[in-house]
Design a protein around this ligand. Structure first.
Ligand SMILES: [Zn+2]
Ligand SMILES: [Zn+2]
Length: 387
């Protein structure tokens, strides 16, 4: 049997908006829903047909392919499934309904019957997220760090094991909802009987009530306490970055899902090294005699001291690059460099003897600044640095 045009099936125009398609499908789904048309084969076929049309037209890529090739594209598709609409069973169709009818819509209950979808069922409490700050030195950031931190938070009550009840017999199935956590209300509408589902007000959706509460937590199942948490901080993190540990936040009342622990990274400023992204900058001061004659100097790095060579005739402003002596990137093997800025140090106080020596040199032609073509300008050095 030839398939009908999907647009015709839903009764919309070719250029219909996503919203119009959704609305049209909603109408069809209500009209031909099996709960309303029990035993009606034709209605069931129409219901399936509409679901298939919706499945294709509500997915932008599938719709585009359908607009271009029509049903032919489906048949020639290598995986056989094509649009994925062809073999939809009832469960697939019902699983779509969460998107179409949304939570809290009156249709949720309408389609209820034996199936329960979406909200209104037993509600699980969730603990709140917790935020803490972790301060790290550059060395810790470079190597990654394991931090043990005492966190003050809601923890599970040990006395009642988080149940909130004095003992097991203290639990009673909620009389209002019979344990389902949800209450239904039936109203008559033009579409027939319609059920709305909402969270049970007596037990707040938990399905049971506590007759005698735990003495320690007074029924909450949680108490204020401390937990020693071990945090693995990966190498390369930076100031302001947030890490999240699932389930390490506040415990939830009565056996719910705990919140997350959010860890905010703070950098402890280093005494001598400055961070710039993954690079580390060090300001080195060399006196003009060492810069003139050349020498070797020890500089601090993240991994300890390193010796660097100052060539004879080194000019101020030169930047030496220590490859790989910077910081790693998070989740990468790449490591930044250390950049050593060379500043020429001019002595401020001189002995008589030193002054006499320098006075002899003052007029010397070698001491006349003469930046040649080989001397890099400030601008060129900056450019080199940022590369
Ligand atoms: Zn307790
Ligand atoms: Zn209840």
């Amino acid at each position: 049997m030839a398939k009908r045009d999907y647009y015709d099936v839903l009764g919309v125009a070719k250029g219909a908006s996503a919203d119009d398609i959704k609305k049209a499908y909603r109408k069809m789904a209500i009209k031909y829903h099996p709960d309303k048309n029990q035993g009606d084969k034709e209605a069931e076929e129409k219901f399936k047909e509409a679901a298939e049309a919706y499945e294709v037209l509500s997915t932008p890529e599938k719709r585009q392919r359908y607009d271009q090739f029509g049903h032919a594209a489906n048949a020639s598709s290598p995986n056989g499934g094509g649009y994925g609409g062809g073999g939809m069973n009832m469960d697939d169709i019902f699983s779509q309904f969460g998107d179409i009818f949304g939570g809290g819509s009156p249709f949720e209950g309408f389609f209820g019957g034996g199936r329960q979808s979406g909200g209104g069922g037993r509600r699980v409490a969730r603990g709140s997220n917790l935020r803490i700050k972790v301060r790290l030195t550059l060395e810790e950031i470079a190597n990654g760090a394991e931090k043990k931190i005492k966190v003050n938070k809601q923890i599970i009550c040990k006395t009642c094991d988080g149940s909130g009840a004095k003992d097991k017999s203290s639990f009673q199935t909620c009389k209002t909802c019979g344990g389902s956590g949800a209450v239904r209300r039936v109203t008559n509408t033009i579409l027939g009987q319609m059920q709305t589902t909402s969270t049970c007000p007596t037990c707040n959706g938990e399905g049971s009530t506590i007759l005698s509460k735990c003495n320690v937590c007074h029924g909450d199942g949680v108490v204020r306490g401390e937990e020693l948490i071990t945090i693995q901080v990966p190498a390369g993190v930076s100031e302001g970055m947030q890490l999240s540990m699932s389930g390490k936040g506040n415990a939830a009342p009565r056996g719910g899902v705990p919140g997350d622990l959010i860890i905010l990274i703070e950098e402890v400023p280093h005494e001598t090294l400055k961070r710039d992204g993954n690079n580390v900058i060090y300001d080195l001061h060399v006196n003009f005699v060492d810069a003139t004659l050349g020498t070797s100097i020890e500089v601090p790095t993240i991994d300890g001291k390193a010796k660097i060579k100052i060539d004879p005739g080194t000019q101020g402003g030169k930047i030496l690059r220590l490859k790989g002596k910077g910081l790693p990137e998070v989740n990468s093997y790449h490591r930044g460099d250390q950049l050593v800025h060379i500043n020429i140090w001019t002595p401020k106080a001189l002995s008589r003897e030193e002054r006499e020596i320098l006075e002899k040199l003052q007029g010397s032609p070698n001491f006349k600044p003469n930046p040649g073509k080989n001397e890099k300008s400030f601008f060129e050095r900056m450019k080199e640095y940022f590369e």
